[in-house]
Design a protein around this ligand. Structure first.
Ligand code: ATP
Length: 373
C-alpha cells in the first residue's frame, strides 16, 4: 500500500511585482509504506514546500495529495496522520524533556499512566533515559534533536516528515545521527520523508531518493540508481563528484558507440538504442571509475569483457585525501579529468607526480551516456 501519493502537484506563490512564481511544478510521486524517502536538491528547489504541502501547512495550487489512500484536500494539519520534525527543533524551553515529549499526548487527553509509559518507551528508543527532568538548554544539539524526534514519534504517526533535521549539528555528530535515524526508522517501521540538500546524507540513509531542481522532480531511484545511472546532466553533476565530457557520435556498431570529444579523444561506450550520427552527447565518468597508469603502460585487451578507452595525459594536480589520492589530469589541450585512486597499498600513495605523463584508462561499461539537446 502507498503511504503517500502526490498527483500532479504544483504550488505557486506571489513573487516579486506580484508575479506568480512556481515553487513546485507538476510533481508525481508514490512513496511506499515503511520507506525512507528523501527529497534532495539545491537550496530553493521546492523541497520544503513539497513537505509542507504533505503536512498541510501549505495547500497545493493544483493537484492532489493522498496519505494512506485518503485525499487530504480538506484536512487541516492536525487531522493528518503525519508529524513533522524541523531543523530548529522547536522545543518548548520552559518544559522538561519528559514534558516536551508528553505535550502532544496531553493535548489529546490521554490518561496520565499511559502517557508515562509511552514517553518512557520513546525516550528509550532515542537513548534519552535519565534525561527526563532536564530542560532543553541543558542538552547538546544532538540531544535536543533526539527530543524533537521523540516528541514526533510518541504520537505514532503513519508518516514522519523531517526537514533538514540534522542541519544544525556538527559533521561527526551528523554522521552518527544519520545511522541512528536510519536504524530507528527500520525499528519503528514508520514511513520517513526526509528533506536534505546533502547528497551524501541522502545516499547514506534513503531507500529511494527524488532529486529536485527548480520545482521539478528530475529522477526518482535507489541511491545506487541515482549515483550509477543518472538520467540527466543535473543529476550526474549534483550527486557526487563527476567528469562530464561533451562530444559527438561518430559511429555506431552493434551495441557500441564511438564518441569523439573535441576532435581529439575517441571513446567507446555501450549503447543499445538507435542514435543519429553527429548527435551531441555527454559522457559521465565518475572519478573512481577511471584508472591511472604510467604513460608507457600496454593496454591489455581481451582480458576484460568491456572495451577500454585509453588516453595519454599529464598530471596537473595531486591531492592526498587519506583514503584516496585525487589527481587532475589534462587530456589533449582542453580537457581536465579528475581521477580518484584508492590508497589500498602504501606504494599507491602519490604514485604519480604533478607534471608526469600518464595514461588514463576507462572501461566502456563505467561510462554513462546522456543525450544532450
Ligand atoms: P532550502 O533548502 O533553502 O530550504 P527548498 O528546496 O526547501 O530550499 P523551498 O523552501 O521549498 O525550497 O522554496 C522554494 C521556492 O519557493 C523558493 O524560491 C522560495 O523563496 C519560495 N517560497 C517558499 N515559500 C514561500 C512563500 N510562503 N511565499 C513566497 N515564496 C515562497
Amino acid at each position: 500500500m502507498k503511504a503517500v501519493e502526490l498527483v500532479n502537484v504544483s504550488k505557486s506563490f506571489k513573487g516579486t511585482q506580484n508575479r506568480e512564481f512556481l515553487a513546485v511544478e507538476q510533481i508525481n510521486v508514490e512513496i511506499a509504506q515503511g520507506e525512507f524517502f528523501s527529497l534532495l536538491g539545491p537550496s530553493g528547489c521546492g523541497k520544503t514546500t513539497t513537505l509542507r504541502m504533505i503536512a498541510g501547512f501549505e495547500l497545493p495550487t493544483f493537484g492532489e495529495i493522498y496519505i494512506e489512500g485518503q485525499a487530504m484536500e480538506k484536512r487541516p494539519p492536525f487531522h493528518r496522520p503525519v508529524n513533522t520534525v524541523f531543523q530548529n527543533y522547536a522545543l518548548f524551553p520552559h518544559l522538561t524533556v519528559a514534558e516536551n515529549v508528553a505535550f502532544g499526548l496531553e493535548m489529546e487527553k490521554i490518561p496520565r499512566a499511559k502517557i508515562r509509559t509511552q514517553v518512557t518507551e520513546v525516550l528509550e528508543m532515542v537513548k534519552l533515559v535519565g534525561y527526563e527532568k532536564r530542560y532543553p538548554r541543558q542538552l547538546s544539539g544532538g540531544q535536543q534533536q533526539r527530543v524533537a524526534l521523540a516528541r514526533a514519534l510518541v504520537k505514532k504517526p503513519k508518516v514522519l516528515l523531517l526537514d533538514e533535521p540534522l542541519g544544525a549539528l556538527d559533521l561527526k555528530l551528523r554522521k552518527q545521527m544519520q545511522l541512528e535515524l536510519k536504524q530507528m526508522q527500520q525499528q519503528v517501521g514508520i514511513t520517513f520523508i526526509y528533506v536534505t540538500h546533502d547528497q551524501e546524507e541522502a545516499l547514506t540513509m534513503s531507500d529511494r531518493i527524488a532529486v529536485m531542481n527548480k520545482g521539478k522532480i528530475l529522477q526518482v531511484g535507489t541511491p545506487v540508481e541515482i549515483y550509477e545511472e543518472p538520467t540527466s546532466h543535473f543529476v550526474a553533476d549534483f550527486i557526487g563528484e563527476t567528469n562530464i565530457l561533451r562530444g559527438r557520435v561518430v559511429k555506431q556498431q552493434e551495441d557500441e558507440l564511438l564518441v569523439l570529444i573535441d576532435n581529439q579523444l575517441m571513446i567507446t561506450v555501450p549503447y543499445g538504442e538507435k542514435i543519429a550520427i553527429d548527435q551531441a552527447v555527454n559522457l559521465v565518468i565518475r572519478p573512481e571509475k577511471a584508472t591511472l597508469y604510467p604513460a608507457n603502460h600496454e593496454d591489455q585487451f581481451g582480458t576484460r569483457s568491456a572495451p577500454q578507452s585509453s588516453w595519454l595525459g599529464k598530471v596537473e594536480e595531486v591531492v592526498y585525501i587519506g583514503t584516496d589520492t585525487r589527481y587532475v589530469v589534462r587530456l589533449g589541450e582542453q580537457h581536465l579529468i579528475t581521477i580518484r585512486q584508492q590508497n589500498i597499498h602504501r606504494s599507491y600513495l602519490q604514485q604519480y607526480q604533478a607534471g608526469e605523463a600518464v595514461k588514463v584508462s576507462v572501461s566502456a561499461d563505467s561510462i554513462r551516456l546522456l543525450l544532450d539537446y
